[in-house]
Design a protein around this ligand. Structure first.
Ligand SMILES: NC(=O)c1ccc[n+]([C@@H]2O[C@H](COP(=O)([O-])OP(=O)(O)OC[C@H]3O[C@@H](n4cnc5c(N)ncnc54)[C@H](OP(=O)(O)O)[C@@H]3O)[C@@H](O)[C@H]2O)c1
Length: 401
């Protein structure tokens, strides 16, 4: 039997983190939890530490780390507590770690995720924002450090399974188009407001936006799913991940969320990956790859599915999707600007300081007021992220007047 592999879970207290721990718990002979991380949820992290006994635990927030440290000492547990971005980078890059789950939400995931890339880890990528922000630079670092990048987003994981597998022999990269790939088709559930008329969307509350019909997720990605910005970010993610031009990526609304995405080939064949909507499946696929693991996911009974529906997206109702295509076509720093403006807008919406339809309005205004540059380095991206947040803040203040 192979020795068990050490896993760091960045964002273990979130939806992706909890699902990852569930998969690991049922394959505990193969995987050992090395480190767990959170931002402020130190009590939840403490419960996870008691169950999984990691060597390290990190709270990005220093006050939360201090509270956790005190409790760990009181309980006499051996887990070492770290804090800040440095702590996150340390547990993502330690030589003792084999696999890193990038499950932090938003731009906060960029540096720890890159720390795993730069040390050539097997990286399970859920934190799509880091790839959206760093795009080609991210992929160049993956190549340079020979990291093994496995997508966890269910759509990209489905594409990974439907694409020819030759590209993972990195020394002998064959462009997709030579392999007959015509188009990537990303499916979207349509979110909770798919059927609502546009007039109703102006009044939607954070609580309504977070009630996703098929997937149970964190609040930020739930709002992104309701605006379809999540699909937009995924289009950008797919383009960088698979080196495919934006006009070869199509978005299709599939409310049942059973088909997780498709690849269309030059001979007319379309390959799809199907399953019940449960993140433990793509997580298990990435964790075990190239082997298949066993999960507690209910297997799909195809005879119980009454029908599969497909619709084109309504770009008027969901302008965020168009904004993401626009940013991708502009390339360079445009996707990082889109991402930062969106994070600010979603936070304001969740704090009830911005209306649902104003999310796209703010992102659009920020894009219009920004100048795009070609990507140079990570410091530049971090600066752009900071400047864009400042600009968004100014515009948000004007929105409130
Ligand atoms: N949920 C899904 O089904 C799903 C599917 C596909 C892709 N994704 C992607 O996976 C990522 C995580 O999503 P999620 O739904 O799991 O989010 P979530 O439930 O909100 O969890 C986010 C995690 O990140 C941590 N975190 C937040 N801010 C941080 C910061 N500044 N520094 C360090 N850690 C921080 C949180 O810690 P605290 O608990 O302390 O706040 C938590 O552990 C996102 O990029 C999302 O787009 C999610």
């Amino acid at each position: 039997m192979k020795p068990s592999q050490n896993v760091t879970i960045l964002g273990s207290t979130g939806s992706i983190g909890v699902n990852t721990l569930d998969v690991i718990q049922h394959e505990s002979e193969k995987f050992q939890v090395y480190a767990l991380t959170a931002n402020q949820s130190w009590q939840k992290l403490f419960e996870q530490i008691k169950t999984f006994k990691p060597k390290f635990a990190v709270c990005a927030d220093t006050n939360a780390a201090q509270s956790l440290k005190t409790l760990i000492h009181q309980e006499n547990l051996p887990t070492e507590i770290l804090s800040g971005v440095e702590g996150l980078e340390f547990v993502a890059s330690s030589p003792d770690v084999d696999i890193v789950m990038a499950g932090i939400v938003g731009a906060a995931g960029l540096l720890p995720t890159l720390a795993a890339v730069k040390t050539g880890k097997k990286l399970m990528l859920a934190n799509k924002e880091s790839l959206v922000m760093a795009g080609e630079l991210f992929m160049a670092l993956v190549q340079k450090h020979r990291a093994l990048l496995l997508p966890v987003d269910s759509e990209h994981n489905a594409l990974f399974q439907c694409l020819p597998n030759h590209h993972y022999q990195q020394d002998n990269f064959v462009p997709w188009l030579e392999l007959g790939v015509e188009k990537l088709i990303l499916t979207a559930s349509g979110g909770p407001f798919f059927k609502d008329p546009i007039e109703d969307l102006y009044k939607k509350t954070p609580q309504q936006a977070c009630l996703h019909p098929n997937w149970s997720m964190g609040r930020k990605i739930s709002v992104d799913s309701a605006t379809l910005m999540n699909k937009g970010l995924e289009v950008i993610e797919a383009s960088y991940l698979y080196g495919i031009a934006p006009d070869r990526i199509e978005v299709v609304i599939h409310p049942q969320s059973i088909i997780h995405s498709m690849v269309s080939y030059s001979d007319g064949a379309v390959l799809a990956e199907l399953g019940n909507p449960d993140m433990r499946t793509p997580i298990a696929h990435a964790l075990g790859w190239p082997e298949r693991l066993k999960t507690q996911v209910k297997s799909l009974d195809i005879t119980q599915i009454a029908q599969f529906d497909f619709f084109p997206p309504d770009y008027q109702k969901f302008p965020c999707l168009n904004l993401a295509f626009y940013a991708l076509k502009q390339s360079g720093t445009a996707p990082a600007i889109l991402n930062a403006a969106n994070e600010m807008a979603v936070e304001a919406f969740l704090n009830e300081e911005l209306g649902f339809m104003q999310i796209a309005k703010l992102v659009n205004e920020v894009l219009q007021k920004s100048q795009f540059e070609s990507l140079k380095n990570i410091e530049q991206i971090l600066n752009i992220d900071k400047q864009t947040r400042q600009l968004s803040q100014q515009l948000l203040a004007q929105f409130r007047e």
